[in-house]
Ligand binder design. Structure first.
Ligand SMILES: C[S@@+](CC[C@H](N)C(=O)[O-])C[C@H]1O[C@@H](n2cnc3c(N)ncnc32)[C@H](O)[C@@H]1O
Length: 214
């Protein structure tokens, strides 16, 4: 089925980005570090979308799976009117850097790092959360989802990044990561038809799954 998205070009996406103020301060620093060191942080468009989703929902309790150097958490924390973020990542080298960068941005007090594997940490969290953001190991996305369904309150959001996986999931690009691709296909099918969610996939960045907890 074809629709208006077929007409969106890279020029259109550049245009949208140029409408915004250029990134500055810690946001720009994180993007530079991520690019220079090939750290897989969310794209700018997804960061902006997370910011707007947090504002729209008034989220004050957020759980994030996959911290890295703290870029997506910074977008969400800077949109919060209060409250805090629990973010999970076993890589202390990255999360120590995230902490320093969050302090520099003035949001350090709002973010708590859980240094462990998500499947070990998620069962220890109580919730309820207003928003969960999934951005770690692709073969584990489905299991993260079931924890997030338990943890997010009715009306809250579950969001997951990379669900189009640079065209591999739809088959529009060669599949050099078949295990991740298979897992994401399973995740996407489960997510959009989940009995506990009203959900869809927004074709921004590398694909952003967004579901409202019923
Ligand atoms: C895509 S990056 C996260 C990027 C971050 N959300 C951002 O946009 O700024 C994925 C992160 O997941 C972390 N990770 C790896 N295994 C994990 C696990 N079992 N549980 C949670 N995080 C994990 C990696 O260390 C990595 O930093």
């Amino acid at each position: 089925m074809r629709n208006a998205m077929d007409r969106v070009t890279l020029t259109d996406l550049d245009y949208i980005e140029r409408l915004h103020e250029p990134l500055s301060g810690v946001f720009a620093k994180m993007e530079e570090q991520g690019a220079a060191e090939h750290i897989p942080i969310v794209g700018t468009a997804v960061g902006r979308a997370l910011h707007v989703l947090v504002r729209a929902t008034g989220a004050t309790r957020i759980v994030e799976v996959g911290t890295a150097i703290g870029y997506s958490a910074l977008w969400m924390a800077s949109a919060m009117k209060g409250g805090d973020i629990d973010t999970i990542d076993p890589d202390r080298t990255r999360t120590d850097r995230a902490r320093a960068l969050w302090s520099e941005a003035g949001v350090g007090a709002r973010i708590r790092v859980h240094s462990g594997k998500a499947l070990d940490v998620l069962p220890t969290l109580g919730g309820p959360y207003d928003l969960a953001f999934i951005d770690a190991l692709k073969p584990e996305y489905l299991r993260y989802l079931e924890h997030c369904v338990r943890l997010v309150r009715p009306g809250g959001l579950i969001v997951a990044d990379n669900v189009l996986w640079s065209g591999r999931v739809s088959g529009s690009a060669p599949d050099d990561r078949p295990d991740d691709t298979r897992a994401l296909r399973e995740f996407n099918a489960a997510f959009v038809r989940h009995a506990a969610l009203d959900a869809t996939i927004l074709p921004i960045g590398d694909g952003l799954a967004v579901g409202v907890r019923r």
